[in-house]
Design a protein around this ligand. Structure first.
Ligand SMILES: [Zn+2]
Length: 365
């Protein structure tokens, strides 16, 4: 029987919580992890209508993109939409899990989905996230080096994306203490024994630190492995904000806007003035992406498609790129299907349903 903790464990394996932004609150927000899952509903926002839909469709776990709780709460009286939803979910025993900026920041997440809708290829992360990599350095008797390295690889160390990043130096020499008995024995030689050691250095994603260190201690022949860990300035190019890709053919700004409206089923978009050169390289960011205009300029894209652009944000395009605001809900609506597909492929015996309630609070006239 699949329990909530099984689904949570899988989601946090593929979209680690360590990849969420500082301000975020992704994770299990409401619910008991030990409860069996009857059905899962995927949505963008938690509303009372969404909770009703979950109840009617026998789903006791909702996976939402936007967290219903962002900041610590001091009371829970049902005075606003958020509090009413929380009380209702608890009363109805509906658990709520949120996959938010951690799903934005993984390379298979929200932005890849958006890029796929637009038919982009040659995809790469627009702005890699800092602080996602660490390096472990340890010393291992040479005879045990392969064994320890294999254990570290198995725990997820030694790779950045598809590349192996490790370093083994075999010139180090360590000294083994005599045993406690030898130290006190009047005739036993108390000389230190010299042991040829390897200095082993491997990179690893920060969220795997505890499993990498457990693997090290388990595989290392000494009772206590000596190691140190430090943060790397390098970024993992597979983790970060926005995504850049290319259209299969260059088109004018006007043709691109029409293409965008058709592909994303939009009724209207807000955008900067058309640019003279054709549009080929396109950056996308689901949700609020005004912080990426500078990165898009540096990457020399032709267009940035995102949402929540304020009046002054449009000036940041410097007439160099076509900046398009497609609406927050519209940019992320594909996330419901993305999470449904992810979970239904892994948990084949659980009903995973896409929410049919439209939660977009913005209407156009
Ligand atoms: Zn959003």
């Amino acid at each position: 029987m699949v329990k909530i903790r099984d689904i949570v464990g899988y989601l946090e394996h593929v979209a680690p919580l360590a990849y969420q932004e500082d301000y975020d609150n992704a994770g299990l927000i409401i619910g008991d992890p030990s409860v069996p899952v009857e059905g899962v509903l995927t949505c963008l926002d938690i509303t009372e209508l969404v909770l009703n839909e979950a109840k009617e469709r026998n789903c006791n776990l909702i996976i939402a993109h936007h967290p219903i709780i962002f900041r610590p709460m001091t009371s829970l009286n049902g005075r606003n939409h958020t509090e009413r939803c929380i009380i209702y979910a608890i009363k109805q025993q509906i658990a709520i899990y949120t996959l938010h900026t951690n799903l934005d920041n993984v390379s298979w997440g929200v932005n890849r989905k958006m890029a796929q809708v637009l038919g982009l290829h040659n995809l790469s992360v627009l702005l890699p996230k800092p602080g996602t990599l660490s390096q472990l350095t340890t010393f291992v008797p040479q005879s045990a080096t392969d064994h320890v390295l294999r254990a570290l690889y198995k725990a997820g160390a030694g790779y950045i994306g598809d590349y192996i990043y490790d370093h083994v130096a075999t010139s180090a020499a360590g000294f083994k203490k005599p045993t406690a008995m030898a130290m006190t024995h009047p005739v036993v030689d108390k000389k230190l024994e010299k042991v040829e050691e390897s200095k082993v250095e491997v990179v690893f994603p920060v969220h795997l630190e505890s499993s990498v260190l457990r693997a090290l201690q388990a595989a290392h022949p000494c009772r206590e492995a000596v190691y140190y860990v430090h943060a790397l300035k390098n970024t993992d190019v597979g983790v970060g904000s926005g995504m850049v890709g290319e259209l299969f053919q260059s088109i004018s700004s006007q043709a691109f806007l029409e293409y965008l409206k058709a592909k994303m089923q939009l009724t209207c978009v807000r955008h900067t003035a058309p640019i003279a050169r054709p549009i080929k390289r396109v950056a996308v960011c689901g949700g609020s992406g005004s912080f990426l205009v500078h990165a898009a300029l540096l990457k020399q894209v032709d267009a940035l498609v995102t949402s929540d652009m304020r009046y002054h944000d449009f000036f940041k395009a410097e007439d160099q790129i076509l900046l398009v605001d497609v609406g927050h809900y519209e940019s992320e609506v594909g996330t419901k299907a993305l999470i449904r597909t992810l979970l239904s492929e892994k948990f084949v015996n659980i009903a995973v349903l896409e929410c049919s309630t439209v939660t977009n609070p913005v209407h156009y006239f």
